[in-house]
Design a protein around this ligand. Structure first.
Ligand SMILES: Cc1cc2nc3c(=O)[nH]c(=O)nc-3n(C[C@H](O)[C@H](O)[C@H](O)COP(=O)(O)OP(=O)(O)OC[C@H]3O[C@@H](n4cnc5c(N)ncnc54)[C@H](O)[C@@H]3O)c2cc1C
Length: 308
């Protein structure tokens, strides 16, 4: 295997950064290169260097919807926490950086007497991650309908996509897999008294705590809901609650959640997902599709290949 290139000294990059430090599940091997640029200009230079040495570039947001190989990845992994961490309120319009965490954003909006984002209070991802997956909760309360425009880095150019150029659907958008890096978005919110926003967020958090294993390490919903059904219902009906592989277990509280005790590996999670996928296919003739995204070099584990 060819040696990995040295990064130019003017770029601030960490070698072999353990990505477990940056993911919600605290799992994942090292990234060959990791950087948290301070500015968009630095980000652009990092992207140009990655392209020039043929290394894949990946943006890690809150790391709440990715499962990263235990062996790590040969890629340049970027966090936009610093370069895209600002929020600017102008009346009911808000421009928010892709690196801002959704719960903090929802709270800041409420403090400005702005509603519409309450649904985001329990979603532990960034604005950038939320935009590409159209993050939301039931009743189609999602980020997509609030978005006026999105600014992104495409190759070396900063461009703006207007509302009409954006498409949002159930847990996806035309930003997903595009190779573009989302820098910021402008959202249209609605005037709503702070107390009302905060009361609703409290109610939503309490509902989440009652139905989801919020106190344990978990990866949110592991499988997408198939049309007209709920993945959790199918997994429970297939008798998978409590099923475990290594340190990973299907939650007793909500069957579409995998929890782990700190000893699990990404391979355990992938193997458990595959077993669940097999059992649901046997029991209900439905092939569940992973909601979480796999990051790894080479062939992905069977459950992520769609041919298991
Ligand atoms: C406990 C828990 C509860 C959850 N509840 C919900 C829920 O109610 N609703 C819901 O929709 N989701 C939920 N999720 C899933 C997850 O939080 C969302 O999908 C979230 O939007 C992911 O954002 P992230 O920043 O963590 O993305 P990451 O996991 O870091 O990345 C996901 C993908 O987005 C890409 N990405 C991230 N930032 C950018 C960017 N700036 N530009 C381009 N691409 C980018 C990454 O490269 C990757 O492909 C939950 C997860 C957990 C762990």
């Amino acid at each position: 295997m060819p040696a990995l290139p040295d990064a130019p000294p003017e770029l601030v990059l960490t070698r072999d950064e353990p990505l477990a430090r940056h993911t919600y599940m605290r799992l994942g091997g090292p990234a060959a290169y990791f950087a948290e640029p301070d500015t968009i200009e630095e980000l652009r230079r990092l992207a140009e260097w990655a392209r020039s040495v043929n290394l894949p570039l990946r943006v890690l947001g809150g790391g709440s919807n990715v499962l990263i190989a235990d062996e790590g990845i040969e890629a340049v992994v970027l966090s936009l926490r610093r370069a895209c961490g600002d929020t600017t309120f102008q009346g009911t319009r808000v421009t928010v950086g892709a690196g801002v965490m959704l719960p903090a954003f929802a709270r800041a909006a409420a403090a400005h007497n702005l509603g519409g984002l309450e649904f985001a209070i329990g979603i532990p991802g960034t604005v950038g991650g939320a935009l590409q997956s159209n993050a939301g909760i039931s009743d189609r309360r999602e980020i997509g309908p609030l978005v006026d425009s999105v600014e992104l880095l495409r190759a070396s150019e900063v461009i703006t996509l207007s509302r009409t150029e954006l498409r949002f659907d159930y847990r996806t958008s035309n930003l997903r897999g595009s190779g573009d890096i989302v820098l910021e978005a402008t959202l249209a919110l609605e005037s709503r008294p702070r107390e009302e926003c905060e009361a609703e967020m409290k109610r939503l958090l309490e509902a989440r705590q009652a139905t989801q294993p919020t106190a344990e390490r978990n990866a949110g919903s592991i499988f997408r809901n198939p049309d007209g059904d709920a993945a959790g219902r199918l997994i429970e009906a297939a008798g998978c609650k409590g099923l475990s592989v290594g340190g990973a277990q299907i939650s007793e509280l909500h069957a579409n959640f995998i929890v782990h005790d700190g000893s699990a590996t990404a391979a355990d999670i992938a193997a458990l997902m595959l077993e669940v996928q097999r059992r649901v296919l046997d029991a209900a003739s439905v092939r569940l599709t992973p909601e979480v995204e796999w990051w790894g070099d080479g062939e992905p584990p069977a459950v992520f290949r769609g041919d298991a």
